[in-house]
Design a protein around this ligand. Structure first.
Ligand SMILES: [Zn+2]
Length: 197
């Protein structure tokens, strides 16, 4: 059993310095890097510890849209074009790529007609969901950070709690669309019984 795992939601270039750059996004990337360093150096000096059999599994959630996605303004949705498959904007921030493994990378929003904010709905290349992989890891406790607090982070943590996981949000590793919305989302997250550190 893994004591805990980390879920990083949408730390993708478009949400950091691209078409939907969010507040505190760069700081959030630095904060989660420091968090990972603290966790992994405390537990093992082994380099080969990422991935599903690692001591501290790190799961990545990636917004990943086709060009005709329904969430884009040009297709009648609320958002500018973002995280289009194959673009730099859809890639995980450089600072975090050393921790990426294919089996722990989950894609959401891949169908043109479906908006998916929650990482819980993502699947990896093998078609496994986050829930299935957490079960394989036998991990009940997850740390969550990412972008944006008000949308994809909130949706993800609420689904995790509904699924019975023990969830902790890393407060300084969050990016957001606006400060007020961020604070309101944190209140809702706290009200759902989720710990924020
Ligand atoms: Zn999206």
């Amino acid at each position: 059993m893994k004591d805990s795992a980390l879920i990083i939601v949408d730390m993708l270039n478009d949400f950091i310095d691209g078409s939907m750059a969010c507040l505190n996004a760069k700081e959030a990337v630095n904060a989660v890097s420091a968090f990972i360093d603290g966790k992994t150096s405390a537990e093992s000096g082994d380099d080969d510890e990422n991935g599903i059999f690692g001591q501290f599994p790190i799961l990545f959630i990636c917004d990943h849209h086709p060009a005709d996605h329904c969430s884009f303004r040009e297709n009648g949705g609320p958002w500018p074009v973002h995280c289009k498959t194959g673009t730099r904007g859809s890639a995980i921030h450089d600072k975090l790529t050393p921790y990426v493994s294919e089996e722990l990378t989950f894609y959401k929003g891949c169908s043109p007609d479906e908006e998916q904010y929650s990482g819980w709905e993502g699947v990896n290349k093998a078609g496994q969901t986050v829930g299935e992989v957490l079960d394989l890891l036998d991990t009940e406790e997850v740390y969550v950070c990412g972008i944006a607090t008000e949308y994809c982070v909130k949706a993800t943590v609420m689904d995790l709690v509904r699924a019975g996981k023990k969830v902790t949000v890393i407060g300084d590793a969050l990016g957001y669309v606006d400060k007020e919305g961020h604070l309101k989302a944190l209140e809702e997250i706290r009200a759902a019984g989720i710990r924020i550190i």
